[in-house]
Design a protein around this ligand. Sequence first.
Ligand code: CO
Length: 288
Amino acid sequence: MDTATTSTLSSTRSIERIVQGVATSDGAGVSLTRVLTGKLQRRLDPFLMLDAFGSDDPDEYIAGFPEHPHRGFETITYMLHGRMRHRDSAGHEGLLENGGMQWMIAGRGAIHSEIPEQEEGLMEGFQLWLNLPTANKMAAPWYKDFPTSEIPEYRTPDGVTVRVIAGSSNGVAGAMTREVTEPLYLDIHLPAGANFATAIPSTHNAFIYVYRGAVQVGDTRVEVQRMGILANSPGADGLALTASEDARLILVAGKPLNEPIVQYGPFVMNTQEEIHQALDDYRNGRFA
Ligand code: CO
């Protein structure tokens, strides 16, 4: 593991708003918390959705996500605990497990399934949807599995461990780099009392989601299972926080596209006509 000293920021972003996710169910009956919902798509452009799943009750996850399509965006599935088998219409297959990540660019269309490969124990992780710019919505689909060993990590002198899923943080490049939206995606583990800071481009929309413990950002405490939307404060060059207790959180940031967002379930395009086209293409087998 690399070691890195954390950035010295001239000014940290503050928390603009705390969001509590909505309990829902998706796929064939998987219980999850929708943290980033449709209402926040404009505020958190280029991110379209964040689902947090976490249960040790197999009834809440066993049925998984049978075959379904996507068009017009990217999905990033980060598995903290558990095993999930992925298959898609292009003949790809992979196993996502403990600490691994799968990045899929659905582009013009992918049909896939995500089915748990465990009958008991904890299944926990996140699925994040990242929008594609207009010019790339109909690009060829692509995906890659990153086992946990292929996700770069670093440790700070304060004992903070950071897993760099995308973008770069404190000089450490992540598993994925994307143009246009330039996503930053970190999984940060802090012992109680530790401080942490990382740069975030001032152009980016950004949020944190705390999944263990609690953290303090300026005057605001962000509790477990809460999202904190970071203010786009002029002049703020990153995020500094302190762990109120042992804490784990994800930090997600990206450059907004400022393009129209029209969503119909698993299709996210720029116009209603493109949604009709997506439905027509899917129904007529033009996705595979
Ligand atoms: Co899917």
